[in-house]
Ligand binder design. Structure first.
Ligand code: NAP
Length: 496
């Protein structure tokens, strides 16, 4: 159970502590941040509201710990990561319980998130040993005008202190996807978890603590992003920010100093359906892509652009599947569970009401109880409706009927977002041409958009992000190239 057994240490009465300098602590602010259970809409957990002084202390410890960590052999760093991964997997039940209570993730998916995170840590350890153990060797005479008098050796060095800020929807997985690459590359890490999801993240951090990482190397400060976020992201002790979330990321990138940024932001992933598509396959993927975790996924299908000639048939198939989705509490593994906050539910409702007023076709009746919104397919959506462009982050999916493929590509590319997209057709040539034309970081052919597997590159263009994630790309992003040039007094050629 959460907060018991191995995790007793992280709880103080009714509130979870924060993690600094290898110890679990209460904040001197004396203030607690309540975490509302999206299902009951009652306070379920409380976490510390950390102060600026506590953030300063964490940054100092992180800086000191990093200097020693950078001198720790790669195999040793990997060994500790493997240990953390196995503890995390062993502790999947209490961590999954937190995910269910804090973010209403269906119980089975919550366990999957924890196990996937353990696998991600192990893979990162192995990949890190391989790619960080290699460098480049260059000879000067390959550039015109040079003799072979210079040998250039390149290697990858850590950046220093990495600040990781994940979003609520994968508070464990999207935290470890930043923590593990940062650590294997020799950085220290400061985590600011999302408020909804903070307790899951604190349990996950305790697994790293139990694995025996050095004091101060990993820290976790809690508090509302709106209160401590700016102080953290503009802190002079931070050498790199890895952020996943919504528009907040755009604001952070404008305020952050001259440091590398990895930004994985929102999306409006389009699903383009051609006339020759296998409509049963499309329907299955629209359900999985649009409604799993109630649509609260960055890579959820967020708009369907279907050729008019097959639109009726597709909408009927999707409607039949929507009718079978179970709606209710996450503890019962329902397909559709309450959305994360009341304000999210209100926002989604605003998009639905706008579509209603502008006469979209409602394939189901709109229904909401508290934060729970029943799955809704909106047909005949037009570009003048907000839902055609905005990210609902809920179980509401618009269908726009198109008469040419170009129209679909145009809609996709007119969006400010460019995370992923997908195209369904049996013609691989058409699929490739459409994929090339779509201004998104990834295009899936004949499947719904997805972030995993976690070692695939993952990136958004336009307002969807800066840089690229995926295990290898994250390790590389959290390092800098260092070169050493050996200068010889006379040209030297081997075997010459
Ligand atoms: P969010 O509101 O942007 O919050 C993300 C994180 O930023 C949270 O930890 C939040 O803390 C923190 N934060 C808030 N204000 C801050 C500030 N001023 N400075 C620094 N940090 C601050 O996003 P969300 O609602 O959690 O997640 C949903 C969004 O994430 C969607 O737009 C979704 O598409 C996107 N997302 C993108 C990806 C991707 O990889 N592209 C993956 C998943 C989700 P608090 O919780 O304390 O406010």
């Amino acid at each position: 159970m959460a907060g018991t057994g191995l995790f007793t240490e992280i709880l103080d009465g009714e509130a979870y502590k924060y993690y600094s300098d290898g110890e679990w602590k209460k904040s001197s602010s004396g203030k607690l941040v309540p975490i509302i259970n999206p299902t009951t809409r009652k306070v379920h957990y409380k976490v510390q509201a950390c102060t600026q002084e506590e953030v300063n202390k964490v940054m100092e410890s992180a800086k000191t710990a990093q200097k020693l960590w950078a001198k720790t052999p790669l195999w040793k760093r990997a060994e500790l990561l493997h240990k953390a991964a196995s503890i995390l997997k062993e502790q999947k039940a209490p961590i999954a319980e937190c995910l269910v209570k804090e973010i209403a993730k269906p119980a089975k998916d919550a366990v999957t998130e924890v196990v996937r995170s353990g696998d991600l840590i192990s893979y990162t350890a192995e990949e890190g040993v391989r790619i960080l153990g290699e460098g480049k060797f260059l000879l000067s005479d390959s550039f015109p005008g040079n003799e072979r008098t210079k040998y250039c050796l390149t290697s990858k060095i850590p950046l220093g202190v990495v600040l990781a800020i994940p979003p609520f929807n994968y508070p464990v997985n999207l935290a470890v996807s930043k923590i593990a690459p940062a650590l294997i590359a020799g950085n220290s890490l400061v985590l600011k978890p999302p408020t909804q999801g903070a307790v899951s993240a604190l349990h996950m951090v305790h697994c790293f603590h139990l694995a025996g990482f050095p004091k101060g190397l990993i820290s976790c400060v809690t508090g509302k992003g709106s209160e401590i976020g700016d102080f953290l992201t503009m802190h002079p002790g931070v050498n790199c920010i890895s952020f996943t979330g919504g528009d907040t990321g755009v604001a952070i990138s404008k305020k952050a100093g001259m440091i590398p940024l990895q930004m994985e932001l929102g999306g409006k992933d389009a699903c383009i359906v051609l006339e020759d598509a296998d409509l049963d396959l499309v329907a299955v993927n629209i359900i999985k892509g649009g409604f799993s975790y109630s649509g609260q996924r960055c890579t959820a299908v967020k708009v369907v652009l279907v050729m008019e000639s097959v639109a009726d048939a597709l909408v009927e198939k999707v409607k039949a599947k929507v009718a079978k989705l179970t709606v209710g509490p996450p503890e019962e593994n329902c397909d559709i569970t309450p959305v994360v906050t009341e304000s999210s539910a209100n926002y989604i409702e605003g998009l639905v009401m706008d579509a209603k007023q502008k006469e979209a076709t409602f394939c189901q009746e709109y229904r909401r109880e508290g934060n729970l919104i029943w799955p809704l397919l909106l047909d005949n959506v037009r570009p003048d409706m907000r839902i055609a462009w905005e990210e609902p982050f809920g179980p509401v999916l618009p269908v726009i009927r198109i008469s040419t493929v170009e129209e679909g590509i145009h809609h996709c590319n007119a969006s400010n977002f460019g995370l992923q997209g997908c195209v369904f057709t049996k013609d691989i040539n058409k699929a490739m041409l459409i994929s090339d034309a779509m201004e998104t970081g990834t295009v899936q052919i004949n499947s719904a958009p997805a972030r995993g597997p976690d070692h695939f590159p993952f990136q958004g263009i336009k307002d969807s992000g800066i840089g690229s994630q995926g295990i290898t790309n994250s390790i590389n992003m959290m390092t800098k190239i260092k070169t050493t040039v050996i200068n010889l007094p006379t040209p030297s050629y081997t075997m010459g």
